[in-house]
Design a protein around this ligand. Structure first.
Ligand SMILES: Nc1ncnc2c1ncn2[C@@H]1O[C@H](COP(=O)(O)OP(=O)(O)OP(=O)(O)O)[C@@H](O)[C@H]1O
Ligand SMILES: [Mg+2]
Length: 601
């Protein structure tokens, strides 16, 4: 049956908006904090109770609200921050939509007490589920105190979506952290259920970052500092060698606003690509400042996404800035990398290394990839021990290379040695085969996983659960995304507020490091934003898992193991490239080698 079209009542409009603007207590807290900052506060006290569901209170010493504006502050589309489209195109404040307080007030019991600058008295107003009460006198020395209680008390369907108190608290804590990181010139305190959590005083960015992200983060980071015209990027990027030790700390602020921006995340991934082993996570905290006219913040109800007018140029600028910062670090380290070594050798090579006829069907061996694999490998070789090297290559190899039959059915040949725990050397009828064993094995495991996950993947229960220290947000994510983890074959649960236990992992990965694997998967699930996104990104997740399960570099393999790897490669689809598109093996024919040694034939 059709209904007549009619306008929605105001309260319902606000409740609908609340679904987007304040989907959880942490989002409401963020709005209150941003209002305080927009009011010019230099000191902000935050009090959270019951994960923010029971109470959020933000007290600031900012400019305050005039008595006659109090009712306006909680009505929809009322703002003091912008007045025209010109303002909208150059937003200098954190808020501008004029809907946050109205949305929060529609789904909670809200009270605002405020004393406008230079006024002799303070005034307060209360709103209960959208019903605005009268303005009454209040006692307050300065600034504004906003109290939000019983969030979603009048929208039970919404309330049902809230998670446990611990989870909501973890999100509130994170919202606070983002704001406090972006505003190191402001004093902040945070309490939860009466217990002090943070007390931050202005002392410069480094001190603020240390206080919130830990000393180790700053210690292991290199500073980033780049300017191009009026665009400026500053902050910290963790050196690749420490990337695994740091938790997945990734913060980007644009004009003092924490954002999640795909383009910037991509630029940063690119910046790390050459120097970071792909299973490790880049870690950074970066501040971008840009003319507000060149960035649109009016993209997302929660104002967490932005759109750059010159996205391409910003991408390049950020990537280069961080690449350069990380490169400096590498130069400080004297270790000679495989890339440099082989890069030199490659200079003597003919530009193209033709694939032999037998191997031409292999898609991974496109001629012009040539020796560039060398420059894609950042694995340092220990060149100081040539003796050990030769011993490994020749001295301890009892078995002679096999004599290969003319109708050799194995295009990848037979293993003769392992080079520095990284490459397998094999000989086939036409010459030499070099295999990056980790990359190759990773692809094999990945393809195997894809097959296994087409059906319901069996879970391998662990006799002894693997436990690991986790951040509150990781614990929260494990609770929140239990179904998604379950579907992936993981049994992960909280053992305590800062400990997770892995009790089961996907059976095809039973030999992997369960804790590291679970942790990586949790990180990705968080990045993807939950189970709905998971289906679409299943393969990416499986690739991450495969990486963890594949043989590590620097593990020595027996000849039998190496040959088994070669046979599996021959039987696996797409085995010519690793999961990240890099080649897994190369072939040098005898003719190529002859040319290398200038042996005329
Ligand atoms: N802590 C505060 N101190 C001073 N004024 C405030 C404070 N909080 C809110 N206000 C006033 O109330 C108005 C409405 O706040 P609200 O958060 O709803 O909208 P906004 O901040 O203008 O935009 P947005 O919806 O994007 O946050 C603000 O424009 C501001 O004038
Ligand atoms: Mg606001």
């Amino acid at each position: 049956m059709m209904h007549a079209i009619r306008p929605l009542p105001d309260l319902l409009i606000n409740q609908i908006a609340a679904g987007e603007v304040v989907e959880r207590p942490a989002a409401a807290l963020k709005e209150l904090l941003e209002n305080a900052l927009d009011a010019g506060a230099t000191s902000i006290d935050v009090d959270v109770a019951g994960g923010g569901i029971k109470r959020l209170r933000v007290a600031d010493n900012g400019d305050g609200i005039e008595r006659e504006d109090l009712a306006l502050a909680v009505s929809r589309h009322a703002t003091s921050k912008i007045a025209s489209i010109v303002d909208l195109e150059a937003i200098a404040t954190l808020g501008f939509r004029g809907e946050a307080l109205a949305s929060i007030a529609a789904v909670s019991r809200l009270a605002i007490a405020s004393r406008a600058k230079d006024r002799p008295h303070a005034w307060r107003i209360e709103v209960e589920g959208g019903t605005v009460g009268p303005v009454a006198p209040a006692a307050l020395a300065s600034g504004t105190t906003v109290t939000v209680e019983e969030l979603y008390f009048n929208t039970p369907a919404r309330r049902k979506f809230l998670r446990t108190e611990a989870t909501e608290w973890a999100h509130c804590n994170e919202a606070f952290r983002r704001i406090a990181l972006a505003h190191d010139d402001v004093t902040f305190t945070l309490t939860h259920n009466g217990r002090a959590q943070h007390r931050l005083i202005p002392g410069g960015r480094r001190a603020r970052v240390e206080a919130l992200l830990g000393d180790a983060f700053v210690l292991h980071a290199t500073s980033v500092e780049a300017v191009a015209g009026e665009v400026r990027l500053t902050g910290f990027a963790v050196r690749p060698a420490y990337a695994a030790d740091a938790p997945s700390t990734q913060y980007v602020f644009v004009n003092g606003r924490h954002v999640r921006d795909r383009m910037l995340a991509h630029a940063l991934r690119d910046a790390y690509r050459d120097v970071l082993h792909h299973e490790r996570l880049p870690a950074y905290a970066l501040w971008l400042s840009i003319d507000p006219r060149r960035v649109d913040v009016n993209v997302h109800p929660q104002k967490t996404e932005v759109r750059f007018r010159d996205a391409g140029a910003i991408h390049q600028f950020v990537r280069h800035a961080v690449e350069r910062a990380l490169a400096t670090t590498a130069a400080e380290q004297p270790a000679v990398s495989a890339a440099e070594r082989l890069g030199l050798a490659a200079a003597h090579l003919p530009p193209r290394v033709p694939a032999s006829a037998a191997l031409a069907r292999e898609p991974g061996v496109s001629g012009d990839a040539g020796f560039s694999m060398a420059t894609q490998t950042a694995m340092p070789l220990d060149v100081n021990e040539p003796a050990a090297f030769y011993r490994r290559l020749f001295g301890e190899r009892a078995s002679a290379p096999p004599v290969l039959p003319d109708d050799d059915p194995h295009p990848l040949g037979f293993a003769i040695a392992q080079l520095h725990g990284v490459y397998v050397l094999a000989q086939n009828r036409a010459g030499l085969v070099l295999v990056d064993m980790h990359a190759a094995h990773e692809r094999i495991v990945y393809e195997r996983l894809k097959k296994a996950f087409d059906e319901r993947v069996p879970v391998q229960p662990l006799l002894v659960p693997a436990t690991f220290a986790a951040e509150a947000l990781e614990v929260a994510a494990a609770n929140e995304h239990r179904d998604a983890l379950d579907a992936l074959g993981f049994d992960v649960s909280a053992l305590g507020p800062a400990t997770l236990a892995v009790r089961g992992i996907p059976a095809p990965l039973k030999d992997a490091d369960a804790a590291a694997l679970a942790r990586a998967v949790l990180h990705e699930i968080r990045e993807f934003g939950g189970s709905r996104a998971l289906d679409a990104r299943r393969d990416e997740l499986l690739a991450t898992m495969a990486c963890h399960a594949a043989v590590r570099a620097n593990r020595s393999l027996t000849l039998a193991e190496m040959n088994a790897l070669l046979r599996e490669m021959e039987a696996t689809e797409r085995a010519g490239q690793c999961n990240h598109g890099r080649p897994t093996w190369f072939h040098l024919s005898l003719a190529d080698l002859d040319r290398l040694f200038m042996r005329g034939r």
